[in-house]
Design a protein around this ligand. Structure first.
Ligand code: BGC
Length: 261
């Protein structure tokens, strides 16, 4: 008999300052319960982070077969973290899928945070139904990127680490973390973002830029100061995009695995 799938998955977003989670209804892309947030412990080991994730998962009363998607701030290659910029270096080389699966004892899918956000925007948000090439940039502690063309995601693009013509990595120059740390004005920050957008536009010629991350809420203060050929619009799902994208990916991967079994 065909197994009946609930169209629900739990999304978890691991960020530099907070770890957040909520169950997501994948028909609508909406949370089915209020989001739970726990501050990210500083310089925490992978095991400590996995315990926080477990605490969030356990705070929801969900059946054991509901899959968990985890949005993680590093590239994820077949479940492994090849390098990491903004959490403990202990993550390098760790098989994240296995670590979380052992802790949670549920189907788990781990993916890059910007990819999760981009995937969510394509399915439920600002890029929904857009057949063009869309470049999503998340502005947070670092700069994340998701490149989506005709609805297909090219994972792990890592554009925040592109070295700008002035000789500095994009995320060391223009992330919202830098904006806060260096107490830049919006005008100064827009000037820096201009260099990032112009360079990425020259390299990838997207038809549309979407900016995500908490600071995308204030886009009116800096986006009008940046000039590009492609329009720049804010993410629609804002802070929820990582959770929704991770939940959707976990749901789809789990369904695929079930078909193959
Ligand atoms: C990481 C990316 C991540 C981005 C945003 C970068 O430092 O290398 O994988 O998407 O930060 O968190």
């Amino acid at each position: 008999m065909k197994k009946k799938f609930r169209r629900i998955a739990l999304g978890i977003d691991i960020g530099g300052s907070g770890i957040k989670g909520a169950p997501v209804d994948l028909k609508t892309g909406m949370f089915t319960e209020d989001r739970v947030r726990i501050p990210t412990p500083e310089n925490a080991s992978p095991d400590t982070i996995a315990n926080v994730v477990k605490e969030i998962v356990d705070s929801f009363d969900l059946p054991d077969d509901v899959p968990v998607g985890i949005s993680f701030p590093a590239p994820i290659l077949r479940g492994v973290v090849p390098m990491i910029a903004n959490l403990s270096q202990e993550w390098t080389g760790i098989h994240a899928d296995e670590l979380f699966f052992k802790k949670l004892k549920r189907p788990v899918t781990v993916l890059n945070d910007a990819d999760a956000a981009g995937y969510a925007e394509v399915h439920f948000g600002a890029a929904h139904g857009n057949p063009a090439t869309v470049l999503v940039l998340t502005l947070g502690t670092g700069i994340g990127s998701a490149l989506v063309s005709a609805g297909t995601l090219v994972p792990n693009t890592e554009m925040g680490h592109i070295v700008l013509p002035r000789g500095i990595e994009a995320e060391h120059f223009a992330s919202s973390g830098v904006f806060e740390r260096e107490e830049l004005s919006f005008e100064e920050w827009a000037g820096r973002l201009q260099e990032v957008f112009s360079y990425l536009e020259m390299l990838f010629s997207p038809d549309l830029f979407i900016i995500g991350g908490g600071i995308s809420k204030k886009y009116k203060k800096y986006v009008p100061l940046i000039s590009t050929n492609a329009p720049i619009i804010p993410a629609e799902l804002r802070n929820g995009a990582g959770i929704v994208g991770a939940a959707l990916m976990a749901y789809q991967e789990n369904k695929k695995a079930d078909k193959l079994a």
